[in-house]
Design a protein around this ligand. Structure first.
Ligand code: URA
Length: 211
């Protein structure tokens, strides 16, 4: 598993505003959207392309276009939905699948409650959107789900990650697996409730309110 922690002043600036408890939901949604677009730029560094011939107003030339099958973007419901628009803005031709996962707040175990994904993901590059990599249980289960359907390369984009979650991903997938985690920041630790410290609280609640 590869880890990429964004090291950019604009990411840090937007994350600071996102973390601030005074930031209201509309502003939080806008900032999350902007951050994802910045992180997606890094996350898609190895997106597969193929040569394509075009003619400019000056002469014929060869450029690139995204390869087929097109990448699949998979937001993990519900908080991952807040990252979807920012991602597809950068990859407008990607297909989108959905994975509904919830973690039990006592056991911190993840369970799948909804899926809307192609049955066969052979040869697909997948981009999983999950704002908070905390214990890593949800993300590890989501990535395994995609591998079980044949995906051969998975990149997870997270706004924040905890060292415990990164360790869990490394234990689950090993050093050589085609899994990459791209995060805006690597925070200090988890607290006793499984929240990232300093973190930003419950990402779903801050995006959509407490429901
Ligand atoms: N999920 C969240 O929304 N926030 C955390 O800090 C951890 C998991």
């Amino acid at each position: 598993m590869r880890l990429h922690v964004a090291d950019h002043p604009l990411v840090d600036h937007k994350l600071t505003a996102l973390r601030d408890e005074r930031t209201d939901s509309p502003t939080f949604r806008r900032l999350a959207d902007e951050l994802v677009t910045l992180l997606a730029y890094e996350a898609t560094r190895d997106v597969r392309t193929e040569p394509t011939s075009i003619t400019t107003p000056v002469c014929p030339t060869v450029g690139v276009r995204l390869s087929s099958p097109k990448p699949l973007v998979v937001p993990i419901l519900r908080a991952g939905l807040g990252m979807l628009d920012g991602m597809v803005r950068l990859l407008p031709t990607a297909e989108v699948g959905f994975l509904g996962m919830i973690r039990d707040e006592e056991t911190l175990q993840a369970t799948t409650y909804a899926t809307r994904l192609p049955d066969d993901l052979s040869g697909r590059q997948c981009y999983v959107l999950d704002p908070m990599l905390a214990t890593g249980g949800t993300l590890a289960a989501a990535v395994q789900f995609l591998f079980d359907r044949g995906a051969d390369d998975v990149t997870a984009i997270c706004l924040l990650a905890a060292p415990e979650g990164i360790a869990r991903m490394r234990e689950t997938f090993g050093a050589d697996a085609p899994v990459t985690v791209v995060t805006g920041a690597l925070d200090e630790r988890l607290d006793e409730r499984g929240y990232i410290v300093p973190g930003l609280g419950d990402a779903g609640d801050r995006l959509y309110g407490v429901v």
